[in-house]
Design a protein around this ligand. Sequence first.
Ligand code: ADP
Ligand code: MG
Length: 698
Amino acid sequence: MMGTLTELFAPERIAVVGATAREGSIGRAVTSNLIADYDGTIIPVNPNYDEVLDLPCVDGVGEADADMAVIVVPPKIVLPALEEAGEAGVTNVVVITAGFGETGSDGASREQELKEIAAEYDMDLVGPNSLGIMSTSNGMNASFGPENAEPGSMSFMSQSGAFITAVLDWANDEGMGFKDVASLGNKAVLDETDFVDHWGDDDDTDVIIGYLEGISSGRDFIDTAREVTQDTPIVLVKSGRTDAGAQAASSHTGTIAGSEQAYEAGLDQAGVLRAESVQELFDAAQMLANQPVPDSNEVAVITNAGGPGVMSTDAVGDADLEMASFEQETLDTFSEQLPPEGNIYNPVDIVGDADVDRFSEALDIALADDNVGSAMVLSCPTAVLDYEQLAEETVKMREKHGKPVAACFMGGESVDESAELLSDAGIPNYFDPSRAIDALDSLWEYRQIQRREYDAPADFDVDREAAREILERVEDRPDNRLGVEAMGLLEAYGIPMPDSEIVDSPEDAREVAERIEGDVVMKIVSPDILHKSDIGGVKVGVSDDEVEDAFEDLITRARNYQPDANLLGVQVQEMSDLDAGTETIVGMNRDPQFGPLMMFGLGGIFVEVLEDTTFRVAPVSETEAREMTEEIKTAPLLRGARGRDPADIDGIVETIQRLSQLVADFPAIMEFDINPLVATPDGVDAVDIRLTVDPEEL
Ligand code: ADP
Ligand code: MG
């Protein structure tokens, strides 16, 4: 199949707007990089010259009859050049020139105009402020970087151009190859989602890798990447940017949920493999580009050395993998074939005097075992072992069994030749067993992603109008905040809550308390009091006789705390069974890149202290909501630890989904806490809420 950006990566005639032979200029670098290998025609564009680097030069891009333009002119003349390209029907454009959104308000407005021109002519535009793009399919190096990519099946995008130059320099030494490379620059038009979408359909791209600093449109990225990763793995490394510009949060969720949480959740939901370092990125990418995905997470380790065998067992323990347990038949064969002082259980120790034949045989036996998903050959140099032959046998066995194999031939120079043999066959060799295991782990991780089923978010029958009316009340508030007085929102969206009423006299309080069976909880209701219990504004277990005094006391406390506080009354609420239940929190915070981010965790008044929370970008599906309830550290408490009855987890799952629907329906909701959502064996109770609403968005 051909992707949507096929023409961008395979143009036949490239106009270099701003081409020049001037030493040290970017115009020269781009032109000569193209001259080096490009299969098609290069047309320098520059009114000052008749020819550039021996190529005939034209005055304007309109005269070039090009299907792609690379723009390297100074910032002030980029826009006219772009206009001219558009007029001439050139829709593939790479803007290398910097001095746009990254440089302040002049640049930002220039970038805005650039976007408008690109939209007018329906351009696929890379940049501005891009290093350029490359494709090894036609030798096109439309960049000003010092190195061209070698051919291969990884396609690579990067938000940092400098990072591309560093990676290519290194990858070329390592013998790693690429299909396409794109420097995203300011992502004014094309962003990571467009490239992922394209490469997902590109038959020559086996793995998509990337370095990103942010994601332009999080939800689109998730929806696109999810589909792509069914066939083409995506591995990304992200630089750790802090939450610049995050709004001052007034909810628990807002305090905890930062851009890092959103990014982590979003990429996971997108089915993207995340690398923590450049090394991890390429270890994973190389494996994914060259090896089959395993059917099981069980790894066989064949080794001639005990110590490193133990190290690999530890590494397997840290990964999502398991040491394979062999079938009886395999164990019997090992017993027959291996010396008695060896170990037939995993890691299979074939002893220090093992030669290549013994290694090969053991690997053959292990890979034939149905339990075994992948294998690692782990060896230390010995006098009886020829590393090159061992490499050949390893390759042979990998091919024979069609299962992934990683190599860990330890040693220095003595390994070099064999490592190259292995690498040519797509088997990475690492000195460190844990690196080999991690590389195998990324294959297994990808296998899990391929098996995922993405269910659509549920669409509950709700009362949107009622919710809107309640949210509109925020227009009378100076601070955009709503509290328990807005609990009707829960009712409108079908989220269960205890019986309660807000009253403004001791007598009414008593009346409500008498209607509600048993003791009640009483709370001060005021938009000026964010955390009610901090000022003693929550009284739990109040009997009917105590209600009137409690009312007076709550009012006094509120007045003492802030004499001019806006008091809306006192909430009299049915007790939830905290002894049988667990206090959880279900919340939402809006992330600038991913939109509404749902949080679930252990709740109560110590949420920030415990920080046992997990996140998903909304709208969440039932599966995603359920995963959230399984992921937190204290999940065993919900499942019923120490003889307690399990909590109503279905009720929590539904509450997460319903709140997810509410915040997706109303972009005006900026933050939302249900804290606590008390989960008992009999159901869930939303006991307290707090939200921030942006009236402009209503
Ligand atoms: P805030 O978070 O503003 O301090 P909450 O309404 O969440 O106020 O109450 C604080 C704590 O009081 C809760 O975490 C819970 O432990 C307890 N609590 C509040 N309401 C109830 C209730 N209806 N049933 C049982 N416990 C409650
Ligand atoms: Mg609370």
